[in-house]
Design a protein around this ligand. Structure first.
Ligand code: ADP
Ligand code: ZN
Length: 623
């Protein structure tokens, strides 16, 4: 049923719509339609499972290639693949991407005019569609089910299946009734897909969607093309601007912050520095948010500064960096957000700046949160795992993957691997700090925040130290060997390790159960070195720029310019024309004829027919 949508196409349809005629094999579809040589990872097994009529539950990271898992079987099997997706805003782009490779796809959602809907419905009933995207709330109505029953369903694909989890942050009540599909269509294969990796979510998906007989596919959650970097925060705006200039100049990126206020201010600051940045948060007008999102998808090199409201389903494959300027509340959230970088598999960076204040603030937020004790404990455990990642002296990726239950070797592509931190023994400074806290409490019944304690340790006279005669404390000035910033690093790491606690409204510091062992010297405190103590990192790589020979890089830029013009003319995002990886392959291979394009990944028959001559002309004119 693969159709060629534009009349300009010179290639005959790959298959006939007539039932009974031999269907193409999955490998044929992969090659001729999508232009790919081979399936990746579990794709082949998943496709086989569906084509043969079985169910599947698929856990695969962002960028892993989930879409092909249901798109190929929908084309191979008789009837239409029904895709349930909560992301109405993205349906248009998903359908455009399929039409661009000659697959007959359409969607049904609330944004459509009645005549357009009628056109789609007729196409479905006539058996002309390979894929039909439907919003979950629509699929739950009896009218829609009856309508689907009048045509032929090839399979049901339930995308973003973690939306069925009531405990997750993306819960959609409409997902709960999708389990009913099993009863109504017992013979139609179903596939549930998600990029959420936890066992609990996996179990919930299986239960609630009645996928008891499904085969399960759990991919590695590693994203090897993403370089993870975590730096101590000092002047965060300056650090951010430097980071963007060094790594991502002219590239698309996302900057995450916790509050709307920080989002607004940071976006304004970046704009003032000549960076093409736009703010995005839930307090903005829906129309503004819509236009920001669509500019991000369609224009090159926009940086979005956002709260987590900018998130699920940012399907843009060429996001080159994700930066966090506030500490995320959990490793799950962090991994999901950083996972929006580099879906296309090209080198990308996840950069996080975090500091003492983040720890103090998040701990206080948890203490003040309205939930019950169990809820606060859960949030605390999430934060502790996040802090352990920030303070680890080992490979970041190993830490992340082991959090998701996947053992691995040091990765060679994180800050720790590329530029191993010095580990130093922080026991003595920790003792100095803890004993200052103990003395102030015992001798004067006083508690203070980090700033004042550091002044005492460094012997720095201030109005407050004079007022309280703190220069008479036994620990006055015994920490003058460390700078203010190094001391803040010590406090931060002790807080992260729960050897120090913040208390009350002012975030004053107090000791914990673990502190005693440090004070008595029975436990030591290894610490990650602060950058100040060593030369600034020289080996950090410019990961965002892939290494093309200079001559090829020129052609790559020419191809990008051609793509931008083409995408603009069609009113679609650039990646729907071609992904970066395909343009890079063309720049290296320098095809001389349209036939030469056949071997390049990402160019199927339809795209070769539509763009082949134009591409060869760009290559020729680049000399
Ligand atoms: P996900 O939905 O899991 O985030 P996508 O389905 O968007 O991932 O695929 C990510 C990228 O990988 C896309 O650019 C897609 O074209 C590409 N891709 C997927 N499968 C293959 C394959 N077998 N060969 C080459 N590229 C692939
Ligand atoms: Zn590593």
């Amino acid at each position: 049923m693969v159709r060629h949508v534009t009349s300009a196409s010179t290639v005959p349809p790959t298959t006939s719509a007539t039932p009974g005629v031999a269907r193409p094999s999955a490998a044929e579809v992969l090659h001729r339609v999508f232009g790919f040589d081979a399936f990746r990872g579990d794709q082949q097994a998943i496709v086989d499972q569906l084509v043969s009529g079985g169910d599947a539950v698929v856990l695969m990271p962002t960028g892993g290639g989930k879409s092909l898992c249901y798109q190929v079987p929908s084309i191979v099997r008789d009837g239409t693949g029904i895709v349930v997706s909560p992301l109405i805003a993205l349906m248009q782009d998903q359908v455009d991407a399929l039409l661009a490779v000659g697959v007959n796809a359409a969607f049904l959602n609330s944004t459509q005019a009645a005549d357009e809907r009628a056109r789609v419905e007729n196409a479905y009933l006539a058996g002309e569609l390979d894929l039909l995207y439907v919003a979950p709330e629509r699929l739950n109505t009896e009218a829609t089910k009856r309508f689907l029953g009048n045509g032929r369903v090839a399979l049901f694909a339930i995308d973003e299946a973690h939306c069925v989890s009531q405990w997750g942050h993306d819960f959609r009540p409409d997902y709960l009734s999708l389990g009913d599909l099993a009863e109504r269509w017992p013979d139609v294969p179903r596939i549930a897909l998600t990029a959420t990796a936890t066992d609990a979510t996996h179990r919930e998906i299986t239960e609630r969607l009645s996928l008891h007989d499904a085969q399960h596919f759990v991919a590695s959650f590693d994203r090897p093309n993403i370089q993870y970097r975590i730096v101590p925060k000092n002047e965060v705006r300056k650090q951010l601007v430097d980071f963007i200039r060094q790594e991502g100049a002219g590239q698309a990126g996302i900057v995450y912050a916790l509050s709307r206020n920080t989002v607004e201010k940071t976006a304004a600051h970046l704009q003032a520095q000549g960076i093409n940045a736009l703010p995005y948060h839930a307090g903005l007008d829906a129309a503004v948010r819509q236009s920001t999102q669509s500019r991000f998808l369609r224009e090159d090199g926009i940086v979005i500064v956002a709260t987590i409201a900018f998130g699920m389903g940012i399907d843009k494959p060429d996001v080159r960096f994700v930066a966090h300027i506030d500490l995320p509340k959990s490793v799950e959230g962090y991994y999901q957000e950083t996972g929006r970088a580099g879906r296309d598999g090209e080198p990308s960076v996840a950069w996080l700046a975090y500091g003492l204040q983040d720890v103090v603030q998040l701990r206080r937020m948890i203490d003040d949160s309205p939930g019950d004790l169990a809820h606060r404990r859960r949030m605390s455990a999430h934060l502790d795992a996040m802090l352990a990642l920030c303070e680890t002296v080992e490979c970041r990726r190993q830490n992340l993957l082991s959090y998701f239950g996947q053992p691995s070797e040091p990765c060679g592509n994180c800050d720790t691997c590329l530029d191993p931190p010095e580990v130093w023994d922080g026991t003595v400074p920790a003792q100095k700090l803890l004993s200052t806290i103990v003395r102030l409490k015992r001798e004067r019944n006083q508690e203070f925040g980090a700033g004042h304690l550091i002044d005492i340790l460094r012997g720095k006279t201030t109005a407050r130290t004079t007022q309280w005669t703190h220069d008479t404390i036994a620990t006055w000035g015994i920490g003058a060997d460390l700078s203010d910033q190094q001391w803040r690093g010590v406090v931060r790491q002790l807080l992260a390790k729960r050897l120090l606690a913040t208390r009350g409204e002012y975030g004053t510091l107090g000791i914990t159960e673990g502190s005693a062992a440090v004070l008595s010297g029975t436990s030591t405190v290894p610490m990650r070195n602060e950058p100040e103590r060593r030369a600034s990192s020289s080996s950090a790589r410019r990961a965002a720029v892939a290494d093309l020979a200079p001559a090829d890089a020129g052609l790559f830029e020419a191809l990008r310019a051609w793509r931008a013009a083409e995408a603009k003319e069609q009113g679609v995002p650039a990646y729907i024309v071609f992904g970066d990886a395909t343009l890079r392959a063309i720049a290296t291979a320098r095809p001389g004829t349209v036939d030469d394009l056949g071997g390049i990944s990402g160019i199927g028959e339809k795209k070769r027919a539509s763009y082949g001559e134009a591409l060869v002309a760009v290559v020729a004119s680049a000399g």
